[in-house]
Every structure is written in structure tokens, then in C-alpha cells.
Design a binder for this molecule. Structure first.
Ligand code: HEC
Ligand code: HEC
Length: 439
């Protein structure tokens, strides 16, 4: 479908909110264990408080396209023909991204959960939205989201324009009754009236609002890391441990089976695909949840799918909510790993605190009682030194502007990993691959 039609048709479905609201009432039925789920996440330590909205500083600025390692022609190709980049549009999108007036009660902006100081994440296991409502999922970075073939952990939105509408009216994020309510609020502000006129020659509309935000997001590129300088020929840009980690990544640890667009990917660190790698699934009884999803939510009702993903236990079904294919049960998008050091905690549910915990998960091949587990998950027999090397490699994917924050974060994670390794299971890591049950 051409992009413009895709946006239009999605906005049609976004405004059909009556349907979504009915389904949400039905969803309340399946929300029983929500508090329990959140409490078992690594970071939950009591009632969650809403964070103050970040003020845009230097890290919020559109990034240079002249970064070492940046795929220049692909970056330009990601700009859709109907939403050309202009400096004024990008600046308008930035203002909107940081403006809590887009939310129902003026307390939550996009940046509340996508804070530039944390590489556009929020440092929490699950995000907190209006009225301190806690969602089910970890906020991914917006850096390099422009390259993704699908947005969200389950890919329920295609483009950045499609994506940006959902949080505005998700009841646990920005809480507006619908997208038009946000547009009406913005359209009543004289400064925005002028800026939309100047950029689009029109009053604010839902289409232009989403286009401005997406234009800003397309400037949020993150390359120029020690790894990029190493690949560009500076042999000293990475230390020996990180170099060994890069080798392990592509061999014994076979991370590149998923975190690579081509065999030895030096750019994206994702196959842009979806996999069940055994995160979270063991806490849930998936089959009855899948039956509930089939009964309660049409897969074409995207606002209802969005609410299920953010607000109910059906969240664990992952990509299944979008495709309804059994093979997609509890599978999630492979995230790119750039700036991953800054974006802790990890995985779609934020259940792992450090890079060491994430590697321990893979090392033991966790989730083998799960019939939908990806065949590429198996015990890896990585030694402690090799685990350190993989962590050092991932830390080397930190962009220059996050160097200092990254050094502090690496020290924090390393110290924590010395005293806490909840996922470590050396016997399983060095054991055989167990038999997996059939679906
Ligand atoms: C209350 C917290 C919260 C707010 C507010 C919020 N987001 Fe998010 N964002 C999230 C979470 C959580 C996810 C992942 C949800 C999922 O995948 O189901 C996400 C996902 C995304 C993604 C997809 C990234 C990827 O790799 O798939 C983008 C892009 C994004 N948000 C942009 C925005 C924009 C633009 C706004 C404002 C209009 C916004 N977000 C408001 C928490 C938030
Ligand atoms: C079978 C495919 C697959 C393999 C192999 C794989 N990954 Fe992943 N990785 C994923 C998927 C899918 C996710 C998201 C899963 C989720 O959240 O449920 C993920 C998430 C991660 C995350 C969390 C990132 C974030 O933003 O939260 C890290 C770190 C990571 N992987 C590192 C590795 C390393 C290191 C290896 C090799 C030891 C590896 N992965 C092997 C598919 C894979």
C-alpha cells in the first residue's frame, strides 16, 4: 500500500475509538494478575511515580547525518515522499515531542518515557503514564527507530507516523479519549497555530501532528561509537575485550543469528524479525490467554490491540496479537543493540537489569519448556570471561554523545553483576540442549 494511504487508513481506525473502548471493558476481565506481573520485574520497588517531563537539552537536538557508521543513503531513503524533512517541521516535531499538553491532563509527553538523557528510554521496567498508570512493556529507544520495518515490540504499527498516534490515546500513556482531542488542544494554542501554518500551510490536524513528530524522530540517529570507529579502521577504538566480544557475537554465542541484517552486520544489529526467546513466558499460562485474545479482540482493531498490549496480561502474547499465527506466540521484535548500555533494563518487559543478566539468559538457553521457543536458543557454554567480553562489545556500541553516561552506567552494571546474577545457571549453560515440548 502506498504510504499516504497507509497513514490515512490507520487514522481512520484510530478515530474509531468507540469500538476500542468497548473492548477495553472486556479486557478488564483479563487484567487480574497485572500487579503481580509488574512486581516480579527487576525494578519495581513500590508504587510507581510519574517522572517530571524532561526539558529538551543538547541530547534532544536533531543529530548530524555525518556520523561514522551511519548508513547515509538508507537514512535518506527512510524519508517518505509525502513527509519531506524541513528544519521548521523538525523543530515543530521536537516541540510536540516534549509537550505534555498533548496528554489528557497535561502531565505526560512523549519524552516522559523517551528521555534523551537515557537514549530516549525511561530506565523503568514498564513505563508509567497519566495518573501514574503502569503499563506492561518496557519503553524502547526512539534512536534509529526510523530504520525499523515495524514499530513496537510486536510490530503493530508500520511507520513512525502510524506509531505516534497510539500513545496519545492509550489510557495508560497520554490518556486522551482520541487523537482529535489532542489536536483540538494543540490547535487552541496560538504559537502552534502559527507554526503549523508556517510548516504545512494549514491549521493543526491529526495527519500533520503525526507527520511533524515523525519528522523529528527521523533525525534521531545514533552511530559514531567506538565500534564504528574500529570498523572504519581505527584499531585502537575498541579494547581487546570488546574485540573478542565482537568475534564471539558472530561465532560461539551466535547472537548474529538474530541481531544481524546480513551475516556480519555492522549497522543495524537486528534482522528486523520477531522471535520467541523465552522472556516472560514462563510466568504466564499462554494458551488460555491466546483463546481470550481470539474471543475479545479483532486483530484489525488496532487501538484495541494497543490497549491489550499495554494494559492487560494479553501483552505476553507478543506478535500473536497482531498476526494470530500460533508460531508467533510470545514472540517479540529483535531490537537493534546500538546504545543498549544506556537503555537498561532489558527485554520487552524490562525484566533484566544488566547486560550480564541478558547474556546469562542466553547462555543457559532459557525457556526450553516453551513450545514456541526459537530453535536458535540453546545452551551456549560461555565462560565468565566470554560473558565479560560480550558485555564489553555491547558497551562499545555507545554513541559519542553518551560516552560519559555510558561509562557511569557500565560501572553501575559491572558492580551490580558482581553481587547479583539472578539468571546465572552454569550447569545448564554447559549442559546439553534439553528436549522441547511440542506446541
Ligand atoms: C507512558 C510512556 C510512553 C509515552 C508517553 C510514549 N511512549 Fe513511546 N513507547 C512506550 C512503550 C512502553 C513502548 C513499547 C510498547 C510496545 O511495544 O507495545 C513505546 C514504543 C514507541 C516506539 C516504537 C519503538 C520501537 O522500536 O518499536 C516509538 C517510535 C515511540 N514509542 C514513540 C513515541 C512517541 C512519538 C510518543 C508521543 C506521541 C510516545 N512514544 C509516547 C512508552 C511511551
Ligand atoms: C533467536 C533470536 C535471537 C538470538 C540468537 C539472540 N537474540 Fe537478543 N534478542 C532477540 C529478541 C527477539 C529480543 C527481544 C525479546 C523480548 O524482549 O522478549 C532480544 C533482546 C536482546 C537484548 C535486550 C535489548 C533491549 O533493548 O531490551 C539484548 C541485550 C540482547 N538481545 C543481546 C543478545 C546477545 C548478546 C545475544 C547472543 C548471546 C543474543 N541477543 C542472541 C533475539 C535474539
Amino acid at each position: 500500500m502506498p504510504l499516504s494511504r497507509r497513514i490515512q487508513s490507520n487514522i481512520g481506525s484510530l478515530t474509531a475509538m468507540a469500538m476500542g473502548a468497548v473492548t477495553l471493558a472486556a479486557l478488564a476481565v483479563v487484567q487480574g494478575t497485572h500487579a503481580q506481573t509488574t512486581a516480579s520485574n527487576a525494578q519495581a520497588t513500590g508504587p510507581e511515580k510519574l517522572s517530571p517531563v524532561p526539558v529538551p537539552g543538547p541530547l534532544a537536538r536533531p543529530r548530524s547525518l555525518k556520523q561514522v557508521g551511519l548508513p547515509a543513503s538508507q537514512t535518506l531513503a527512510e524519508v517518505p515522499a509525502n513527509n519531506a524533512q524541513t528544519p521548521e517541521k523538525i523543530a515543530l516535531g521536537e516541540a510536540l515531542f516534549f509537550d505534555p499538553r498533548l496528554s489528557v491532563n497535561g502531565t505526560v509527553a512523549c519524552a516522559s518515557c523517551h528521555n534523551p538523557d537515557r537514549a530516549f528510554t525511561d530506565g523503568r521496567a514498564s513505563s508509567v503514564g497519566v495518573y501514574s498508570r503502569v503499563g506492561q512493556r518496557n519503553a524502547p529507544t526512539v534512536l534509529n527507530a526510523l530504520y525499523s520495518e515495524a514499530q513496537f515490540w510486536d510490530g503493530r504499527a508500520t511507520t513512525l507516523e502510524d506509531q505516534a498516534g497510539f500513545p496519545i490515546f492509550n489510557p495508560s500513556e497520554m490518556g486522551q479519549p482520541n487523537l482529535n482531542a489532542a489536536v483540538t488542544k494543540i490547535a487552541a494554542i496560538p504559537e502552534y497555530q502559527q507554526r503549523f501554518q508556517a510548516v504545512f500551510g494549514q491549521a493543526p490536524s491529526s495527519l500533520n501532528l503525526l507527520r511533524a513528530i515523525a519528522a523529528y524522530e527521523r533525525t534521531l540517529v545514533g552511530f559514531d561509537s567506538p565500534f564504528d570507529r574500529f570498523i572504519a579502521g581505527d584499531g585502537n577504538a575498541m579494547d581487546a575485550s570488546a574485540k573478542r566480544g565482537w568475534e564471539l557475537f558472530n561465532t560461539k554465542a551466535h547472537c548474529n543469528r538474530c541481531h544481524a541484517a546480513v551475516n556480519k552486520d555492522v549497522t543495524y544489529f537486528t534482522d528486523f524479525g520477531f522471535h520467541n526467546i523465552g522472556i516472560g513466558i514462563l510466568r504466564h499460562n499462554v494458551t488460555p490467554l491466546a483463546q481470550q485474545a481470539q474471543r475479545l479482540i479483532s486483530k484489525d482493531n488496532l487501538p484495541a490491540v494497543d490497549q491489550a498490549a499495554i494494559q492487560s496480561d494479553l501483552s505476553v502474547l507478543g506478535r500473536f496479537l497482531v498476526t494470530r499465527k500460533e508460531a508467533d506466540t510470545a514472540s517479540f521484535k529483535t531490537p537493534g543493540l546500538r546504545n543498549v548500555l544506556i537503555t537498561a533494563p532489558y527485554f520487552h518487559d524490562g525484566s533484566q537489569e544488566t547486560l550480564w543478566d541478558a547474556i546469562d539468559h542466553y547462555n543457559k538457553g532459557d525457556g526450553l519448556k516453551n513450545p514456541w521457543l526459537d530453535e536458535d536458543i540453546e545452551p551456549l557454554a560461555l565462560t565468565e570471561n566470554e560473558i565479560d567480553d560480550l558485555a564489553a562489545f555491547m558497551a562499545s556500541l555507545t554513541s559519542a554523545e553518551y560516552k560519559e553516561i555510558g561509562e557511569k552506567e557500565l560501572a553501575r552494571q559491572r558492580a551490580l553483576s558482581r553481587v547479583s546474577r539472578p539468571q546465572r545457571d552454569t550447569a545448564r549453560a554447559f549442559g546439553p540442549k534439553p528436549q522441547q515440548p511440542k506446541p
